[in-house]
Write a new protein. Structure first.
Length: 390
């Protein structure tokens, strides 16, 4: 049985928080498959791979308490919200309403790993002493429900709730805070394969991208800078979120279609041209799909495209991109000069800053081609002289 014991209103995100107790059996039924209801939730970590979670499973069997698990009621919560907004909200009435929700209506916002540990403990007790198993299922845990919460606010809360717990990667945080960008890109191009950190997709061809890399590339495109600091991006995104105007005024609204279509067009041309091109020593320069699979190269090109987009009119920009595509696909060996790139990378003196130098190198070379009209061979020579002087 579910029993509401307290509720509160969060002025920051304009949503209601409800604290309730419920049996482990009811909780596991309510959250069955709910980890799949939120596509950017982290993967479940196996207890066998984490000694802390393995210890928690054993502690749960003997009755340890855990912090409240946080759930979001995603839909059909109108009656609950109406009661909470009334003059005298009744906990019993709210309890009855919450008791009617099902697993398709909830997502786990915080407590995915704890939920997995509870399920693991239940499974291990199931074939043992019947009395202990029954007592375990009836044991009560505390659950926090968020009601009437905007999606962007839910993402904000997800980030802040996970602070200080099992580390959430910076890539994952950027994905969460830019989920609106994912949908915008999908609206522009339906033919892309976009992988989140949860999916661990591997790029083998054009039009396949890690979502976190697309986010960083978009930031480089609109800022016209190859220098990215993931930690600062997360902080800036959190600061930028507007809860009064979610989706409409979300900070960095720039022409996503221009960004993604240009990137895909260049990507397809490079993958078509560079299947496997040997350099003078017989080694493979680059498989085409690997070029945009590398963070420094992708970010560098995006920054250069952003500068050209900012400098040129739409017609001029499109003409330069058309010329670039024609050059890549022309009947010429190594038109972009990957062999020169590889030689320059090997010559970088400060290996601790190799990623930063690579981004700046790629940005400068593509900027020289797009904006100054230099051929790639000349551009690599100019850029190379600067690299060797660092």
């Amino acid at each position: 049985m579910l029993k509401v014991i307290d509720w509160n209103y969060d002025k920051k995100i304009d949503a209601f928080s409800i604290i309730a107790t419920m049996s482990i059996e009811n909780y596991l039924e309510l959250t069955k498959d709910s980890e799949e209801n939120f596509e950017l939730q982290r993967k479940i970590i196996s207890t066998k791979k984490n000694k802390v979670y393995e210890r928690l499973v054993e502690d749960l069997k003997i009755g340890c308490t855990i912090p409240p698990i946080v759930l979001v009621v995603r839909n059909n919560y109108e009656k609950i919200a109406e009661e909470l907004k009334g003059a005298d909200p009744q906990l019993g009435v709210i309890s009855n309403y919450l008791s009617d929700i099902n697993n398709e209506q909830v997502s786990i916002l915080d407590g995915l790993q704890r939920t997995n540990c509870i399920r693991k403990a239940k499974a291990e007790l199931q074939d043992g002493n019947a009395e202990i198993y029954t007592a375990f299922k009836k044991r009560e845990i505390r659950v926090e429900f968020w009601i009437d919460i905007e999606f962007q606010a839910m993402l904000y809360r997800m980030i802040t709730l996970n602070a200080g717990q099992t580390p959430m990667s910076l890539k994952h945080q950027l994905e969460i805070l830019n989920i609106h960008l994912l949908q915008a890109i999908k609206n522009v191009r339906e033919d892309l394969e976009i992988y989140t950190t949860k999916e661990n997709g591997r790029r083998n061809n054009a039009k396949q991208y890690q979502f976190a890399l697309l986010v960083e590339g978009y930031n480089a495109f609109i800022s016209r800078s190859p220098v990215t600091d993931a930690k600062n991006e997360v902080i800036e995104e959190l600061t930028r979120i507007s809860f009064l105007d979610t989706y409409v005024n979300h900070g960095k609204k720039v022409d996503v279609s221009k960004y993604i279509n240009t990137i895909v067009e260049i990507d397809e041309a490079i993958c078509q041209k560079y299947n496997e091109v040997p350099d003078s020593e017989g080694d493979s320069i680059q498989f085409g799909h690997q070029f945009f699979g590398k963070n420094p190269y992708f970010i560098g090109v995006c920054a250069a495209l952003g500068r050209a987009s900012y400098q040129f009119s739409e017609e001029q920009f499109n003409e330069r991109i058309k010329q670039l595509i024609e050059l890549i696909l022309a009947d010429k060996h190594d038109p972009i000069g990957f062999s020169m790139l590889n030689d320059l990378i090997k010559a970088i003196p400060n290996k601790s800053k190799v990623g930063e130098i690579q981004r700046e190198l790629i940005t400068e070379v593509f900027e020289q081609y797009l904006m100054l009209g230099r051929d790639f061979e000349t551009a690599w020579m100019y850029a190379g002289a600067r690299v060797k002087s660092r």
